[in-house]
Design a protein around this ligand. Sequence first.
Ligand SMILES: [Fe+2]
Length: 392
Amino acid sequence: MLERKQIGIQPSQPHSYLEHQEQQLYEWVITRDGFEGGHTIAHVVHQPTSSGAATLFPIPEEFSPHTDNTPQLLRRAHIQGQQTAMGKDFWHSRKCLLFNHDCHISTIRGSVSMPGVSAKEVAFANADSDELYFILEGEGYLYSPLGMNRFRENDYLLIPRGIPYHFQCTKSIRGLCISGKPTLEIPAEFRNPHGQLKLEAPYAHRHFSSPERLLKDKEASCFQNVVTLKGGVFSQHSYRHNPYLLRGWDGSVYPITFNILNYMPKTGKYHLPPNLHLTFRGNHFVVCSFVPRMVDYGKGAIPCPYPHTNPSCEEVLYYVSGDFTSRKGIHAESLSYHPMGISHGPQPGKYQASMERRSTDEIAVMIDTWKELKLTRTAQAHDDPHYETSWQ
Ligand SMILES: [Fe+2]
């Protein structure tokens, strides 16, 4: 989470009386890490605790991890994400491809409207994980009780765990969603002891956007019915009075956006390892950003990644755009999966060809996990059978 922000009204003293238009407001406090972490104090019109009975919400199998538990051979994979079907709504557009206990990696392709069981639009909250979207194509607005975040192509969109959200988009979205259990954060080493991002961090405070304004009451009507994911179960809560009509908030827990092209990459005299592109850190995994940059400039330098074995780390790359220096047969929305235990590296010809390069225009998102990932049935159905032989 970033610095403290505020929108709307607050009392001068936290946890004290506040009214708006002669009506007393209720406090709604959002905390992280028990009561030790970041927090936001919001002020709402109706009691936020007055939900009706919970009901199970039907979710397509592909939304969540789904596997037949057959042994997964140790091999590299190219998951052709661009070949997965476009979805008719949010529930059908999000498809989990790879997962472990700490993170779920899904593509999002299609409409992101959020219909409920009836025709009414609902909101979604992930109470297990923070959620990080990467938008490859599309634009729109993310509504949360804390306001409206605008997003566009090449934006990351980081939504704190437990906060309901709703997409407002007129066109389809293509991109990636990484759920980080329990959290996904800006790495602590990028901050100084005062909480400010250091000068050598790959981004600055001004590169992040927060909710621009509070929602109008009509816009917030989607929060009358909220589908919440907790422990793998999707429950819908319907409220008699909308609990998320806000009149103000202040704090450090809120959705943020960050455009990957604002990431400030580092280039070395000779090749720097991929962890130099660190962007977000989860529990036993990291998210890194590869963006257009000058490449290694030392005499005889080979800009292409060196072949390597990393026995403690699984590597997933989501390809966005540009000419990928180390891969062939890969296109936008492809995901490569290189497991721990066997080596990987550039395909034949790519290693030598990279010596002529002075720059790269590639954009890609990498997820490195410290624990084994499983491919879902959807991933296996779109697994390129020729990928392994591309090194021959
Ligand atoms: Fe690698």
